[in-house]
Design a protein around this ligand. Structure first.
Ligand SMILES: [Zn+2]
Length: 56
């Protein structure tokens, strides 16, 4: 376990409660990101804070 747990959705910045939330790695740089269930369902866009990669 790292001390760098993902706490906020990378799309809407809501605090992740664990309900449907997922964590994934940036396809570009491998940074850990989190996403809430809502944004995941809607495939909302995100930008990696580390490298600027835009997804999904
Ligand atoms: Zn990245």
């Amino acid at each position: 376990m790292t001390s760098n747990e993902v706490e906020y959705c990378v799309s809407c910045n809501v605090r992740l409660s664990g309900e449907g939330a997922v964590s994934f790695k940036c396809p570009s740089c491998g940074a850990d990101m989190g996403r809430c269930g809502k944004c995941r369902q809607q495939s909302n866009a995100y930008v990696c804070k580390k490298c600027g990669f835009q997804g999904p």
